[in-house]
Design a binder for this molecule. Sequence first.
Ligand SMILES: Nc1ncnc2c1ncn2[C@@H]1O[C@H](COP(=O)(O)OP(=O)(O)OP(=O)(O)O)[C@@H](O)[C@H]1O
Length: 316
Amino acid sequence: MTGPAIEIDGLSKRFGDVTAVDSVDLTVESGEIFGFLGPNGAGKSTTINLLLDFVRPTSGSASMLGLDVSKDRETLHSRIGVVPENYGLYDRLSGRRHVELAAKLKDADDDPDELLDRVGLSQEDANRAAGDYSTGMSQRLALAMALVGAPDLLILDEPTSGLDPNGARELRDIIRAENDRGVTVFFSSHILEQVEAVADRVGIMNEGELVAIDSIGRLRRQLDTGAQVILDVDRKLERNLGDIPNVRDIDVDDETVRGTCVEPAAKLRFIDRVRELTTVTDVRIEESSLEDLFASYTGEDTTDSQTETVVPGGVA
Ligand SMILES: Nc1ncnc2c1ncn2[C@@H]1O[C@H](COP(=O)(O)OP(=O)(O)OP(=O)(O)O)[C@@H](O)[C@H]1O
């Protein structure tokens, strides 16, 4: 497929006084894995509901696979796969029966067992009632149902919510494998690591507005957050390092020297300067994480969800 998979043009949706989506313009190219990020209430689900024509826009328009989301709804829905935020499963029906029903609805002739296998559900799982499934198994089943009819585009609303890190990683691997088969993937999340690990590009929503859109690498560079370089040293520096171009927030203690380097060459200058004054025994470089980026765009404090990331200085 060529041409954009999703094109959103000046899309807005107001619910009474609340502007859930505010003049959003966005293009997702075919073949991309696009991460749609934002804190709770940012407008992600409303945007997805507009794309699926579940709600009508106050203004603006959107198309997917070259088809208008409202005018060509039926055709479009037969060519896309969707895992909505609150998908419902039938407790008493087996996994296989779910996929069979999805195939019937889409008039597709997929082999349910092949799809279940692709999402990592065994024959045994397929025979069990969905009411006995764990969250991870339910998410996989919902994805298998979305894969019915070999969609060109997958739209996933919070596909990893409720999963433990292992489950989320496995689901990401499945998403990546489907993308390798040529499927464009658009998925929303407020779990930043999920997106960072798999997305080619991200869009960040905040209070209805799309406040950033780019690759994670470029967003980092735009924000000028830099990388923290941590040098283990065998003795404390006796002299001041002085000014090093594009290195800031230098911090020296008995065992380490740290500095935030805002461009690649600054890392080498920093290391060279320290080596003139002492012996460097180890070097670690910590890039700013998507958490930092997210915080700077949404004004959110993400420290609770941070695990091992060092926040470089200068991030708002
Ligand atoms: N049907 C509705 N009626 C009134 N307000 C709504 C409706 N749907 C969404 N909103 C409001 O629109 C805003 C955006 O909500 P939305 O669900 O799109 O955000 P979200 O980014 O998907 O959040 P979450 O991650 O919590 O699902 C919120 O303020 C929400 O309360």
